[in-house]
Ligand binder design. Structure first.
Ligand SMILES: [Zn+2]
Ligand SMILES: [Zn+2]
Length: 277
């Protein structure tokens, strides 16, 4: 029987307050992770730099002030995580520096430059915008969805995921069916099966490119009964040979670190092969 206390659980999707929509310092998250008995965490601050989506993108918080994203600002973030890594390693917590890039077509050159400058331990690619409007922001999703039928929205979303996968930039795709976050409210239950026939070619592409899928537990905090992605998609991913890269809470506040990981670990059993009994 799997049990969290016996596992070296790692949370690979955490937003410290460098992300403008998050609360809690890097120290706060590290202490929360230690309190919860996690062995490892990976910070994944936002790097959303779509110049055509300034409503939701392009900012980072440094010393309590929102400033435009820049390599200098990312340097401050990377230094802070490196400091925490040194500080908490003796306490038994490994601290890694990752990034969550909001992918948009045309960002490739900039992101290559970013990754050359900062050798992130874990590079998450995420689709946050369709048609340059945020699909997963509470104040913008209606603007995004009102232009699109459910089918068109799904076609466009998965088309963007395919481009992100093909870019070769990312270790994993974040919250693969995140369109359901507010889309469930907007389009209704039909959204829960809209991946059928659309996600399979994407999964084949992911397997061919060695891009993993994360199991993101934050969907439960938004009233969904399954994670991102749903079990149906997780099973399709396994059948296609896509690996589960990590568990992620997508915490935007320290209390959410490791959220629902005891259950998530039983689904992502391949991350814990040494615990097979
Ligand atoms: Zn995201
Ligand atoms: Zn995130």
């Amino acid at each position: 029987m799997l049990h969290g206390n016996n596992l070296a659980l790692a949370d690979y999707h955490i937003h410290p307050d460098f992300s403008i929509d998050a609360r809690g310092s890097i120290d706060d998250y590290c202490r929360a992770a230690i309190d919860k008995g996690l062995a490892e965490i990976c910070f994944t601050t936002h790097y959303d730099s779509n110049p055509k989506a300034p409503q939701s993108d392009g900012m980072i918080r440094i010393d309590g002030t929102k400033v435009p994203l820049s390599f200098e600002a990312i340097g401050r973030y990377a230094d802070a995580v490196a400091g925490a890594s040194e500080k908490y390693s003796p306490e038994g917590l490994e601290v890694q520096c990752g990034i969550e890039v909001g992918y948009y077509p045309g960002c490739e050159e900039l992101i290559v430059e970013l990754f050359n400058k900062f050798p992130f331990h874990y590079k998450l690619g995420a689709i946050h915008d369709i048609g340059d409007i945020c699909l997963c922001c509470e104040h913008l999703f209606k603007n995004c969805f009102s232009r699109l039928s459910l089918e068109d929205m799904a076609d466009k979303y998965f088309g963007l995921v395919a481009k992100a996968v093909n870019s070769g930039l990312f270790d994993a795709i974040a919250h693969l069916d995140v369109y359901k976050k507010y889309g469930m409210r907007y389009y209704g239950d039909a959204i829960l099966t809209i991946h059928r026939g659309r996600v399979e070619p994407i999964l084949t592409l992911m397997a061919a490119n060695g891009v993993g899928v994360e199991l993101n537990t934050s969907a439960l905090r938004k009233g969904h009964s399954e994670y991102y992605p749903s079990m149906e998609i997780v099973n399709l991913a396994r059948n296609a040979g896509v690996h589960i890269a990590a568990l992620g809470s997508d915490a935007h506040t320290p209390a959410d670190v490791g959220f629902d990981f005891d259950s998530a670990a039983t689904i992502a059993y391949e991350l814990f092969p040494y615990c097979d009994e």
